[in-house]
Design a protein around this ligand. Sequence first.
Ligand code: FEO
Length: 185
Amino acid sequence: MNKTDAFFVTLKLYIKFIFMLTQMLENILVAQIEKEAYSSNLYLAMASWAENNGFEGTAQWLYLQAEEEHIHMLKFITYINERGGKAVIPALKQPPIDYIDIHDLFDQVYKHERLISKSINEIVGVCMEEKDYSTSNWIQWFVNEQIEEEKSVKLILDKLKLIGLHSLYLFDKDIVLMRNTASKA
Ligand code: FEO
């Protein structure tokens, strides 16, 4: 390594050190990796149930949701490492295999997303306590994402309430369209 390269490597390490996450913030961000990874697995489990019960549209919606959660997890991993922390890849508990019906499934999606919103808000709180305004700024993307996710699942639940146990075939066709419309908005 020549002198210029060595200078830039040292500079990079120095900048990383200056903007390093506090231990408390690192811990809560690492905990969020597990929550996002579990979310992805949970939606895969739900997609599998939906596919086995004739809800192909719902399965497609859930597979896409699982991919999004995987991307969320990656965002946390890279951010922690960029900020001088150590992203830890967790072991995951097994998500539920069975659901009573499609209402129960989306009820659980909604409850899960509410929990995730709560944990994102807790991260915002720690950012404020630790006066880490860069992470506070970075986490805002997730705050907005959670608002959108809760809104879209609430809409699905409202539709399900309206149709009861009727027209589930049409609902299953409709749900794919709902996702496409939301992603274009
Ligand atoms: Fe990444 Fe829907 O929580």
